[in-house]
Write a protein that binds this ligand. Structure first.
Ligand code: DAH
Length: 337
């Protein structure tokens, strides 16, 4: 019996399995209360002659411990090899991937572009580094006009001919140059002015220029186009008001106000109790500009308008400080998702 027990110890040492049901069968084979090898050997212990009891008892305990240790070891292997560790809930929803969002100025730019493309306008672009002709001279700015002053314009390498465009009206000149009307285009883009940065002004900002040239284009067409824009952008029922103004490249010129988006015209802090908000400049393209761009001013007329994107974004989203658009603070930008 002693030898049989020692053979079992060797057998146990050799046993290996990575299957739960085989390990359970191994346990039953040795430890089952009914017919388990270890159980039976313990039962037979009482018949062992007294002088052999000590040695047999030791070997029998060795077998029992070897079986228990083997079962534990194999079960531990089973667990660590499992692809589903305890505590991992495969049904939990995954962490959401972080989604970026469009910059509010881009949102406004896209929205305005959509409004005007619905009216048949194309989108055109021009360079940010421009020459004097496209930014000033072709647009009928007299040589001594204050807008050319060093105070307003960033010049490149002290060459007064090359500069950063101060408005997107320069794109009008590029579009008209050599083109045959009808012309219907908008030009969104970045512009630069040598201004102190404050809550209301920045040295970089964005404009959108509109231009329509054809036979018999009238001021009434301009007014109707701008009313359509105002209602699409600020909402149905928005009213517009045109005030006489001056720009070198339009005659007559006007500035357009919309009924206050916050109080609807009753008067509040945003509209400074006037009920109106100034949003853009516009006018009939000056015949001199048409001639400068090679368009017959006897045959064709046209209108133009220019609006500031940041200004519109501020009104639309209730932003009170223009600098926020340029700081790239995620806490600000994430609000436009
Ligand atoms: N270029 C003007 C500015 O920067 C805005 C403007 C006014 C554009 C009237 C126009 C216009 O096309 O007709 O202030």
């Amino acid at each position: 019996m002693l030898n049989k027990t020692k053979t079992h110890i060797e057998e146990v040492a050799r046993f290996h399995s990575d299957k739960a049901d085989e390990i359970e069968a191994f346990r039953i084979k040795y430890l089952s209360k009914k017919g388990g090898i270890v159980t039976d050997l313990f039962a037979a212990f009482k018949d062992v002659p007294a002088e052999d009891k000590k040695e047999f008892g030791q070997v029998l305990n060795q077998l029992k411990d070897a079986v228990s240790a083997k079962i534990e070891e194999l079960k531990a292997n089973l667990k660590s090899g499992d692809t589903k560790p305890e505590g991992l809930d495969m049904t939990l929803p995954a962490d959401g991937a972080f989604m970026g969002s469009r910059h509010p100025v881009s949102l406004v730019m896209n929205e305005i572009s959509e409004i005007f493309t619905r009216l048949g306008y194309t989108i055109s672009e021009g360079p940010e580094i421009e020459d004097d002709w496209h930014v000033f001279s072709a647009l009928n700015f007299p040589p001594e006009h204050p807008a050319r002053d060093m105070q307003d314009t960033f010049f490149i390498e002290r060459n007064p001919e090359i500069l950063l465009r101060t408005h997107t009206s320069s794109v009008q000149v590029r579009v008209m140059d050599g083109a045959k009307p009808p012309i219907r285009t908008i030009s969104p883009g970045r512009v630069f002015r040598n201004e102190a940065i404050s809550a209301r002004a920045h040295c970089i900002f964005h404009q959108l220029e509109g231009l329509y040239i054809d036979e018999n284009v009238s001021f009434a067409d301009l007014k109707q186009t701008l009313l359509y824009f105002a209602e699409e952008f600020f909402g149905k029922g928005t009213q517009i008001r045109l005030r006489p103004s001056f720009f070198p490249f339009t005659e007559p010129s006007a500035e357009m106000d919309v009924s206050c988006t916050l109080c609807g015209g009753k008067g509040c802090n945003v509209c400074k109790h006037s009920g109106w908000l100034e949003v853009l400049g516009c006018g009939m393209v000056d015949p001199n500009v048409l001639q400068n761009c090679g368009i017959d001013s006897e045959k064709y007329t046209g209108f133009a308008f220019g609006l500031g994107m940041e200004r519109l974004a501020m009104l639309k989203y209730g932003v009170h400080d223009l600098r926020l658009f340029f700081e790239n603070d995620l806490r600000f930008l994430r609000q436009f998702r």
